[in-house]
Design a protein around this ligand. Structure first.
Ligand code: DAH
Length: 348
């Protein structure tokens, strides 16, 4: 091939492919043309094979011509691709009518259950007071639920009237734990003082369901054991806890009471948050609301768990989550928590 023939073929190819590209109907056709013109076996590649037979002088003419042709065809292919894509998009937009002014579909958002809200508020405050999280099993042996806690065999709380006994196939006699105090025995048999734990969780009593009782409810247990822990520590911490929960002005009082696992024992009341202590139907005219049981851990309990009562002492308390939750969210029927009526649960 002469250099003149090379030049002629170059301009023929340019004309031929520019026209074909302009006429291409879709992106597939454009791709076929790219392969035919610029591909490994394409027309331009074939043409450039002639270069090797040219003189140096001719190569200097032919090389730039070939490059220019390649650039021109590449540009034409890109322009055509862009034009066809834009046309396809326009066509789609004209076909599908999107009304951007329509409101979006509402998403149903999950919420915390009011009991979880109450429990979290309580455990948040306790953890700010230095209590760490502990847990125990719901299905518990009588030893951890009763014996180790100094609850004697014939104590009325062990009666079938209060306790659900569980058939588990275990050689131990098993119950559904009647309180979170089982976590005391579980934790102390594994850990020596100093220890400071909170144990929130579900507990079970053989009660029938009414406005103030439920066979399944929740407690939070607190336990602090170290050297020289006294009633004064208990009062300081519970007072801080109740102020954190119900407000800085909250007042508490201790009433002597009895629990097998504490000595002395005290019931803790808060000044009624509804009437400020004047007496109303929530506090049944007394001005105080009973909140929790507490006391100094009985030496027998420490001993049963392998802790030396001569060296260590501790306080413990247990409180119902439902009762506090009812006050916090202003509900007067405990069943509201378990019926899971979304219209109610959504309000919290
Ligand atoms: N376990 C008791 C109950 O379920 C509550 C309780 C009272 C827990 C005194 C304690 C405590 O830790 O010291 O009624």
């Amino acid at each position: 091939m002469t250099i003149q023939e090379f030049q002629t073929v170059c301009s023929q190819l340019e004309q031929e492919y520019t026209a074909k590209i302009a006429a291409a109907a879709d992106l597939n056709a454009v791709e076929e043309l790219r392969v035919a013109a610029l591909g490994r076996k394409g027309a331009l590649t074939e043409l450039l094979k002639n270069l090797k037979d040219f003189s140096i002088e001719d190569k200097k003419t032919a090389g730039p011509l070939g490059n220019a042709l390649k650039a021109a065809l590449t540009a034409a292919l890109e322009d055509k691709t862009a034009a066809l894509s834009a046309a396809a998009l326009n066509e789609e937009l004209n076909r599908v009518h999107l009304d951007l002014t329509l409101p979006g579909r509402p998403l149903a958002r999950g919420k915390r259950h009011p009991l979880s809200i109450a429990q979290k508020r309580m455990t948040d405050i306790l953890s700010s007071l230095g209590f760490t999280w502990a847990e125990g099993p719901w299905v518990e042996d009588e030893r951890h639920n009763f014996d180790m806690l100094n609850i004697p065999l014939h104590h009325p709380a062990r009666d079938a009237q209060d306790t659900f006994f569980a058939q588990t196939g275990s050689p131990l006699s098993m119950v559904l734990r009647t309180h979170t105090s089982n976590v005391q025995s579980r934790f102390m048999e594994k850990h020596q003082p100093p220890l400071r734990i909170m144990a929130p969780g579900r507990v079970f009593r053989n009660d029938s369901l009414d406005a103030t009782h439920s066979p399944v409810f929740h407690q939070i247990e607190g336990l602090y054991v170290d050297e020289n822990v006294s009633m004064a520590d208990l009062k300081r911490d519970l007072s801080a806890f109740m102020k954190g929960l119900l407000g800085d002005k909250t007042e508490i009082r201790f009433r002597p009471s009895f629990f097998p696992f504490t000595e002395p024992s005290a019931e803790v009341d808060v000044k009624c948050v509804f009437c400020g202590g004047k007496g109303c139907n929530v506090c049944k005219g007394s001005g105080w609301i009973e909140m929790l049981g507490s006391g100094i851990v009985h030496p027998n309990v420490l001993k049963n768990c392998g802790i030396n009562p001569e060296k260590y002492s501790g306080y413990a308390f247990g409180m119902g989550v439902e009762r506090l939750a009812m006050m916090l969210v202003n509900i007067n029927d405990i069943r509201t928590f378990y019926e899971n009526d979304l219209r109610i649960l959504k309000q919290f």
